[in-house]
Design a protein around this ligand. Structure first.
Ligand code: GLN
Length: 540
């Protein structure tokens, strides 16, 4: 029978519950157990697809095309689990289902209530991803005490009651802050947040203490005494420079052993060698590369979480440190590309929506193309690359996507449903995994080492087939196509060290232990460019 680990959070949000859950997943996998992870978000939106990325961070897309919370990205990066719609639930989805049932008369005239109806629906969702897994790790979003979180915590309490201690582990993540003025670590916030849990009938089994320094035994003893949690189950979760160290840090605190003991799961031989090697490699880079990321940030890098990580993974593949400069595309419109991009070893234009900054992105492409700086365009970045090529190489003046100029004389990108021969699929976005056939000898084929790939999409606009021939004749290499709909998925420029734009989002499938081939190739090309530039500089 599948066992459950519930992870709740206290004191404040953004303590890294998702990464903690993922690291626990990695540890259990290192013992050979089959695990998966789920996230329950207490907000009322049905999914984060329509939420502001500056507020909510990246929307992570799964193979089945669900738009999910960014924590699911951590789940897939740290473990071998494949997430789907069954792995991310919001209060909005749960309530929608209840209301649908109520309208259909499925409650047989009963009063529909939070307990038991909402909690039953939540408990059903806890089992949605259980499948053949030994353990499901359930992350409860929000913090204890939030009004919205209550039904999820109540459902957790009921799971413990019905399944017992050897089928469930409840882990509470809190903050143990260091107060500079008194020079002390403070346990009071932890005491209070555990008391809030206890007040609703939940006794945590393990306390994960987020802190900036190792916790001494006496602090742990105090937390143990006040929270009713055994001393050995008070775990230090110290801040780290590199999130991939966390599974190893937790292992040092014996977190995996405590969990396995409680769940009555035999301790198998733990094998963390791949994680140890990974961290060692990251700590001793052979060299570095400077990558310019030309996007729209408003200061929040969480909206490019997977991309950020995929770039680091590309570095890990070569044992290089990747330095990312976050560049506002609009600054390129005012200051020009040379000044801003002049020191970069590689230029990446990521995905995005809306017209703001698009001309700056296109100018960044011109710069990369002409100066022969390695270029990687992802989704909107690929569209910017094709538009730039249409305007400046194929002489199609004012070429654009209809997203940015509906009246452009050359519609290089148009909405999918406007395309002849492709039926309207209901939604307006192309979402989830699609196959793509690659051309022999392309940068893509060399990177993947295969002629058929599968990647995830999230976009509304598609390369307009009417312009394929014109742009190809002018020298744009169409190196990848969707075999079912004959859609252009990849464009490249041959006479260039590395210039590639893809309509899909490869960053969603990159992992630290298995870096994505396109990111590996891009970082490799950027490093070669850096070395060449350094040699040229020395010569002159
Ligand atoms: N805005 C573009 C589109 O909808 C690109 C989307 C993206 O980059 N994810 O097609």
């Amino acid at each position: 029978m599948t066992k459950f680990i519930f992870i709740t959070g206290g004191v404040l949000s953004a303590l890294g519950k998702g990464i903690a859950a993922s690291s626990i997943g990695a540890l259990l996998e290192s013992h050979g157990y089959k695990i998966t992870l789920q996230k329950f978000d207490p907000y009322l939106n049905i999914d984060p697809g329509t939420m502001n990325p500056f507020q909510h961070g990246e929307v992570y897309v799964t193979d089945d095309g669900s738009e999910t919370d960014l924590d699911l990205g951590h789940y897939e990066r740290f473990t071998s689990t494949k997430t789907t719609k069954d792995h991310n639930w919001t209060a909005g989805q749960i309530y929608e289902e209840i209301i649908r049932k109520e309208r259909k008369g499925e409650f047989l005239g009963k009063t529909v209530q939070v307990i038991p109806h909402v909690t039953n629906e939540i408990k059903k969702a806890f089992y949605a991803a259980a499948d053949k897994n030994d353990v499901v790790i359930v992350e409860i979003g929000g913090t204890v005490g939030d009004i919205e979180s209550q039904p999820f915590l109540e459902a957790t309490r009921q799971m413990r009651l019905s399944l017992g201690h050897d089928q469930t582990v409840i882990i509470h993540l809190t903050l143990v802050p260091f107060i500079k003025t008194s020079g002390e670590l403070k346990t009071k916030p932890t005491q209070h947040s555990v008391r809030e849990l206890q007040a609703i009938g939940i006794q945590p089994d393990i306390i994960l203490c987020r802190t900036d320094r190792a916790l001494h035994q006496d602090i742990k003893a105090k937390i143990s005494l006040f929270t009713n949690v055994p001393l050995e189950a008070v775990i230090t979760a110290k801040d780290v420079d590199n999130i991939y160290e966390i599974p190893l840090d937790f292992a040092k605190e014996n977190l995996d052993k405590i969990i396995l003991k409680q769940l009555n799961l035999p301790k198998k031989k733990r094998s963390l060698a791949r994680w140890t090697t990974l961290v060692k490699k990251m700590k001793s880079p052979r060299d570095e590369v400077d990558i310019a990321l030309v996007g729209k940030y408003a200061g929040l890098q969480d909206s490019y979480m997977s991309l950020n990580q995929a770039l680091y993974h590309g570095g890990i593949a070569h044992q290089f440190k990747v330095n990312i400069s976050w560049i506002e595309a609009e600054d390129i419109e005012t200051q020009g590309p040379e000044e801003i991009l002049g020191d970069s070893d590689g230029i990446l234009v990521p995905g995005g929506f809306g017209v703001r900054g698009i001309e700056g992105k296109i100018r960044a492409v011109t710069y990369a193309r002409k100066q022969k700086v390695p270029f990687f365009g992802i989704c909107l970045g690929m569209q910017a690359a094709a538009i730039e090529f249409a305007r400046n190489t194929a002489d199609l003046e004012n070429a654009n996507s209809t997203e940015f100029n509906a009246r452009t004389p050359h519609k290089i990108f148009i909405k999918w449903r406007e395309l002849k021969g492709v039926k309207d699929l209901g939604g307006t976005m192309r979402l989830g995994q699609y196959p793509c056939n690659l051309e022999k000898g392309s940068f893509a084929e060399k990177a993947y080492g295969s002629l058929r790939i599968y990647e995830r999409h999230r976009h509304r606009y598609e390369f307009n087939p009417e312009y394929e021939e014109t742009l190809a004749k002018a020298g744009l290499f169409i190196s990848g196509k969707n075999p079912d709909h004959d859609l252009v998925e990849l464009v490249e420029i041959k006479d260039h060290p590395w210039f590639l734009g893809c309509q899909f989002h490869p960053e969603f499938k990159s992992k630290p232990l298995d870096p994505h081939p396109l990111f590996k190739a891009f970082i490799g090309a950027s490093h070669a460019y850096r070395s060449k530039r350094n040699t040229d500089k020395r010569k002159s």
